[in-house]
Design a protein around this ligand. Structure first.
Ligand code: PEP
Ligand code: MN
Length: 367
């Protein structure tokens, strides 16, 4: 994947897990100052201060951000906290103003990431500018769209890049405001080597009481930082009141999190090495068994061809599914895992047999 610059090399004094905190929206100069003072008092000064200046709201008529005036108040943050400032940009006018007022880090919001036209316009406006940009995941769980937005920025020469995992909209799952889909940020990290992903538990959970748990999970999964919405008086916040925490609560959350060392940077211990070797060995056996299973499936396919039988037998499949799932459960394997595993195996079996019926030959590799 493309070369990019990680947070530690953004020239902003970042190191290790990046903590970004601040209000969902800048509201008044007094509010901005109070958040800063309370952060100092609670010993909860983040690495980067966040404040939304333009707010993409679902319905018109809600508070849509204070606009340019809010950028002027960022001096208050610099004065009290002396840390870099980040804000969301959603169009070229936002980019121009944010740069005019010296915002240190820009981010692209979830509602903008979904739109390649908008991301491209923002990217064009950033051509030739050396500013770090973070890209929130799109509202829908589409990894390519998330990576595509990062690529559009990279193509115009923005190399200081990071991603933000803020969860995905799901009309049916009400446990979260935005469902985390943990495999998504992990796939992103696997596909784009070295791409850091900062978790935003505030927008995932949507309520302040679940933030610690989600933040801890993010750290356990190896994500690289946290963005936590913080307000001196959350219940009175002009946006996202339910999910914001006070600076004191931010302090307590950060103190309670058990920060892990990224495995990539740690030499594996002997114990970890031995366990991994054992897993490698078992994986080899697993593959041998699967190859053996599919060789039998091919024989069944040949038999069905010879006797002019169809591939699929619903009753047989139902039995396989039920009996294997039951056995799996007894061995402490999850039901969802068993169903997905069996479905995968079955799909491959049907594909091989159907091909055999059509062509009379075992399926070649990689088909
Ligand atoms: C925000 O960070 O306040 C925000 C609007 O986030 P998202 O784009 O994740 O909804
Ligand atoms: Mn918000």
């Amino acid at each position: 994947m493309k070369e990019h610059v990680q947070t530690k090399d953004w020239g902003l004094g970042l190191n290790g897990h990046v903590i970004i905190a601040g209000p969902c929206s800048a509201e008044t100069p007094e509010q901005v100052e109070k958040v800063c003072l309370d952060m100092l008092e609670a010993n909860a000064v983040p690495n980067i201060f966040r404040a939304g200046i333009w707010k993409p709201r679902t319905r018109p008529g809600s508070f849509e951000g204070i606009g340019e005036d809010g950028l002027k108040w960022m001096e208050i943050v610099r004065h009290h906290l002396n840390i870099p400032i980040a804000t969301e940009v959603g169009n070229t006018a936002h980019v121009e103003l944010a740069l005019k007022y010296g915002v240190d880090v820009l981010w692209i919001g979830a509602r903008t990431t979904v739109n390649p036209f908008a991301v491209q316009e923002i990217a064009e406006a950033l051509k030739g500018v050396d500013v770090p940009v973070m890209v929130k995941n799109p509202m829908n769980p589409d990894l390519e769209l998330w990576i595509g937005a990062l690529e559009r920025l990279h193509t115009v020469g923005i190399t200081k890049l990071a991603a933000i995992h803020r969860g995905f909209s799901d009309a049916y799952d009400k446990r979260f405001r935005n469902k985390p889909n943990w495999s998504m940020p992990i796939h992103l990290k696997n596909k784009w080597k070295g791409m850091e992903v900062i978790n935003d538990p505030s927008h995932i959970v949507g309520r302040r009481d679940g933030i610690l748990e989600t933040a801890q999970r993010a750290i356990n999964f190896g994500l690289d930082g946290l963005m936590i919405e913080t307000h001196h008086d959350p219940d009175k916040a002009w946006s996202d009141a339910k999910q914001q925490v006070t600076p004191k609560q931010l302090h307590d959350i950060l103190a309670a999190i058990d920060f892990k060392h990224p495995l990539e940077q740690e030499p594996p211990t002997d114990k970890l090495h031995d366990l991994r070797t054992a897993v490698d060995h078992l994986d080899d056996q697993l593959l041998d068994i699967l190859a053996e299973r599919f060789a039998l499936i091919d024989q069944i396919g040949a038999h069905k061809r010879e006797h002019k039988l169809t591939v699929f037998q619903a009753e047989r499949w139902k039995n396989v599914m039920e009996s294997r799932t039951e056995k799996g459960l007894a061995k402490n394997l999850g039901e969802k895992f068993m169903k997905e595993l069996l479905y995968c195996i079955h799909e491959e079996s049907v594909k091989r047999q159907e091909k055999q019926l059509r062509e009379g030959a075992p399926v070649e590799k990689n088909s």
